[in-house]
Design a protein. Sequence first.
Length: 396
Amino acid sequence: MTKSANKLVIFSDIDVEKALKNAVKKPRPDIISELRESALKGRGGAGFPTSVKWNLAASAQGERKFVICNADEGEPGTFKDRVLLTDYAEQLIAGMILSGYVVGAKEGIIYLRAEYTYLKHDLEATIEKMRGKKLLGKNAAGKEGFEFDVHIHMGSGAYICGEETALIESLEGHRGEPRNRPPFPVTVGYLGCPTSVNNVETFITALHVVEKGAKWFKTFGTEKSTGTKLFSVSGDCEKPGVYELPMGITIQKLLETVDGTGAKAVQVGGASGICVPAKDFEKALAFEGVATGGSIIVFGQHRDMLEVAINFMEFFCEESCGQCTPCRLGTETLLEGLDLLSEGKCSLKYLRELTSLGETMQVSSKCGLGQSAPNAFLSIIENFKSEIFDTRCSCR
Ligand SMILES: Cc1cc2nc3c(=O)[nH]c(=O)nc-3n(C[C@H](O)[C@H](O)[C@H](O)COP(=O)(O)O)c2cc1C
Ligand code: SF4
């Protein structure tokens, strides 16, 4: 697998021990200010500002607080966290220590995707090594009175457990089902305590920002989407792999980088993302453009877009936790509609009803899974209606 030759931010060199020791010498508000100035947004998909999250968790009342690393990485087509967990584990743990220092937590938990069990041993060895260097434990990173340690909790193999409140339920030993929000985890999280949850990439990026400065970070990316992003690129291209690229790069430029030009469409953001047709390849990969947690799946000209839509919808039918009706029944109904389309038995009127159902799911589902489950369906129908509907279904 290709790993980006670019060493911009995340893959750039850093002396982890020095960076961490420098960071904990700074007053907490200064670290939050630096992160605010950098405008770093969470890399797990939702793009919540990291400075705001850490500040809320720092201000929350609680004797016990937690920092959780969301390493559940279940979005189809995403594998960038696996690379970070494999090759940059020390930076990740340092980022968690930094977060623990800022929010006032003593305990850090890596919630590790069940499929990544093979990484557990090496991660534990890294944690042990960092304990040996006294970066973890009492007076962590040489900071008098600051105590922090990390342990690993294995995930349960469900996509929904990547949603932070379902993740916390799962950590507590319950079924992985999303909670009602508010209260948000920063005030009432794991075991009812203030809990700050971040993606693997966010922790590492934050460490670099605090060491090298917001100004430097902002030399990459756009005004609204600062810095760089890791993209997991798969599908019909010559050079699939993990790439670090500046935020705001166009889809076309990314395709040129991975030798995937001539593609018919690109699925940005995995199953929960949107399908972008070739005519829109000049769009930017950014929070203000096409937002993504990093999954890029390239579809060549030979791909049947109906098959693509069915594949994604089967995934959501399987992964819906079933707690709320719009998602539980909506995903099944959309899949049945796609089956009707493949049999050439869907009327235009029914297709419009399915589209309207998808839009209803986006606003009425309880969590991000159901809210985003129709995205692929809607964007594929919108952009490939002639291929999917006009050529198959004669019933108007
Ligand atoms: C169904 C679903 C799955 C998710 N899976 C992940 C995941 O695997 N990793 C992740 O970091 N965030 C995932 N998220 C987003 C988390 O709920 C949360 O926003 C994120 O961990 C916050 O970290 P960040 O602020 O660093 O982005 C998922 C959200 C949903 C709705
Ligand atoms: S939207 Fe889907 S996954 Fe989320 S709570 Fe409802 S049923 Fe569960």
